[in-house]
Ligand binder design. Structure first.
Ligand SMILES: [Zn+2]
Length: 390
């Protein structure tokens, strides 16, 4: 299931109804088999090239070339970017079974929550010990009040005591900071009001998972020239007022990392520089406290496998694995196929929604070990060294 329909069905159907996402997915597949799928899904085979819509385009590869099925990751994996998708004890247990089967040792749950909501999520997942880590959000509701920073830091300390091991995922797509539904319109991470918060994270050894911007084509014209039009239109930002563009947000990320050199930052989704990896390289070069997670940008980089493989080789010690796409086994396996194999020209349109074909990077074992596990393990362990006063 792709990310968008996962979020749609998990909210509307699967999770709300208490079904695990796998069951929701199976139900959708059954619907389709029974011919009750939505009309647009059942239309394409009857369409001519004149009437076929881009969203219905489902090409099938004709090449007789290797197809590698990877049931389990080659090395143990730490997933640094996930969310509390599973809502019940049974769903969480099913998730752990999936993790065992595909080789995920630990999943970082970016709750984006504070207060009672964080405590509730924490309790649910803590049953499984070290298999999950829960990171808390920030409450931006008082961001215009003079005591904003001190009240955020107080709540951060409380979450830390409950068991939060980091902060995230905090978003700024250009309109200001956001943590779940809590927003600070117009306040960006490099704002002086955030200084005390980032410094407290450094002191409490809480790494900070920060999502800036969105893929480039969301900001571009929604016309025939837009390379990622299929996704761009659904997640469009080109029609938003008072928005800092992608380049401006990347500058803000750089300034923020520089301003708080003792805080560990994880830029979500390759800082949305999947289309310009050399700029991401420059950003990593100039900020030793910055890592990038690779979550939910597999299709973007799978289009340029040689550029991606070169980038992974050069920055093997700064990239961490992540998913951000639910907890179905096929989802994990697609990510392994892209990272591990040299398979070419395969489509995963229903997973990622982009209309182009993907290719594997064929990363060597040493790089895979670092990205799957060792970089994250080091980043997480650094908290303990700090706590011992190292
Ligand atoms: Zn996320």
């Amino acid at each position: 299931m792709n990310r968008r329909s996962f979020l749609k069905t998990s909210g509307a159907l699967g999770l709300a109804a208490g079904l695990p996402s796998a069951a929701a997915f199976a139900a959708a597949v059954q619907d389709k088999a029974a011919g009750t799928a939505s009309p647009e899904k059942s239309q394409p085979h009857r369409q001519t090239p004149e009437t076929l819509l881009l969203k219905d385009y489902r090409p099938q590869s004709i090449y007789k070339i290797p197809v590698t099925e990877i049931a389990k990751a080659k090395f143990p994996v730490i997933d640094m970017h996930s969310h509390p998708y599973a809502k019940t004890a049974n769903q969480i247990a099913a998730w752990v079974r999936n993790m065992d089967e595909v080789g995920i040792e630990k999943t970082i749950i970016l709750t984006m929550a504070t207060g009672a909501e964080f405590d509730r999520i924490y309790k649910q997942y803590a049953v499984h010990g070290e298999r999950f880590e829960m990171w808390c959000g920030l409450d931006f509701s008082g961001y215009k009040q003079p005591r904003f920073a001190s009240s955020v830091v107080r709540e951060l300390k409380r979450c830390r005591q409950t068991g939060a091991r980091g902060v995230g995922e905090i978003h700024d797509k250009g309109q200001g900071l956001r943590s779940g539904k809590s927003r600070a319109t117009g306040m960006h991470p490099d704002d002086a009001r955030m200084d005390a918060v980032f410094e407290a994270c450094a002191e409490m050894k809480l790494p900070f998972s920060l999502h800036v911007a969105d893929p480039i084509w969301m900001y571009q014209k929604m016309d025939k020239t837009n390379d990622g039009l299929m996704n761009a239109y659904s997640w469009r930002l080109d029609n938003q007022l008072n928005i800092v563009g992608l380049s401006g947000m990347v500058d803000i990320l750089g300034r923020t990392a520089k301003r708080h050199p003792h805080t560990t930052f994880i830029a979500c989704h390759l800082a949305n520089l999947d289309y310009d990896l050399s700029r991401l390289g420059t950003l990593l070069d100039s900020n030793p406290n910055l890592y990038a997670d690779i979550s939910a940008r597999y299709a973007e980089t799978g289009a340029t496998p040689r550029a991606a493989a070169q980038f992974y080789a050069k920055y093997a010690d700064r990239l961490v694995y992540g998913t951000d796409m639910g907890f179905d086994k096929p989802m994990y396996r697609v990510t392994f196929r892209i990272l591990e194999t040299l398979d070419e020209h395969f489509y995963e349109i229903d997973q990622f929604d982009y209309h182009w074909y993907l290719n594997g990077f064929g990363l060597p074992n040493s790089t895979l070990k670092q990205v799957y596990h060792d970089n994250a393990a080091k980043l997480l362990a650094a908290r303990e060294w700090g706590a011992r006063g190292a």
